[in-house]
Design a protein around this ligand. Structure first.
Ligand code: BTN
Length: 249
């Protein structure tokens, strides 16, 4: 069972920390707490999730022992750089510090190690605050990652409690850090730079070349003779695995 005091020792802040044996989704539980009136910055962790949620309505496989599942309730950043970009950088920094493994990022905030997606981040709004859910595959579970060929694991024996605490530390620090240094770190890790990608726009598959990440974390691409900025959604390197890109409202 996860121990609050071990997570706190690695985090170094006196925020409330809740450790659950199992739950449906740490994001759902933290949103519920927030809606019930608890608006304090805090951390909620679980050994396993029965209905772990990913971006764009997908699920996130969350078995016990092999993965890390945590959510943070946080204020939104005060500038244009989205919390998702900050969180991606923070997770990479924390994992590198604890495991020595170099991580990269696929826009917007999928965390990759040696060509495999080993972690994801799901940011959701609640009561004017952000719930930031982080999932990391530390080991490959028995049976692998069925139906998700891109998924992999860090294959690390690092302590989950320490990792949770250090991730919370780096996320909190990244919220206070200026956007320039976060962006520079993010741009170095973002492995789609210069690559040809595909995405769906209004039901149509589009192909584009990635030019850069702009000041607000948007993906600037060259598509059908002109520059376009993708603000949210997902892009793919292989045409068989693209998913919907939603136009900003
Ligand atoms: C993604 O890859 O699309 C995002 C995955 C986010 C998974 C984490 S695990 C902890 C938190 N609780 C959830 O239900 N989802 C996030």
């Amino acid at each position: 069972m996860l121990k609050e005091e071990n997570i706190r020792a690695a985090f170094g802040e006196d925020w409330p920390i809740t450790c659950l044996e199992t739950t449906d989704s740490t994001n759902l539980r933290l949103k519920e707490k927030c809606r019930a009136g608890d608006h304090r910055p805090q951390l909620l962790c679980a050994e396993s999730q029965t209905a772990g949620r990913g971006r764009l309505g997908r699920s996130f496989l969350s078995p016990e022992k092999t993965g890390l599942y945590m959510s943070l309730l946080l204020p939104l950043p005060g500038d244009a750089l989205p919390i998702t970009i900050r969180a991606a950088v923070a997770v990479c920094r924390a994992v590198e510090e604890e495991t020595g493994k170099a991580l990269s990022v696929k826009w917007v905030n999928d965390v990759f190690f040696r060509g495999k997606k080993v972690g994801g981040i799901l940011a959701e709004g609640v009561e004017g605050l952000a719930v930031l859910g982080i999932g990391l595959n530390l080991k490959t579970p028995e049976g692998g990652f069925p139906g998700v060929p891109i998924a992999g694991a860090l294959e690390t024996d690092a302590s989950r409690e320490r990792l949770m605490g250090r991730i919370a530390f780096h996320v909190n620090a990244a919220l206070k850090e200026g956007p320039e240094t976060i962006l520079s770190d993010y741009r170095q890790r973002m492995f789609l730079m210069g690559k040809t990608i595909t995405f769906l726009q209004n039901g149509q598959e589009k192909t584009a070349r990635v030019l850069r990440v702009d000041e607000a974390g948007g993906l600037v691409v060259f598509c059908e003779g002109q520059e376009e900025i993708l603000r949210t959604g997902e892009v793919s390197l292989g045409s068989h695995q693209f998913l919907e890109y939603r136009q900003p409202q």
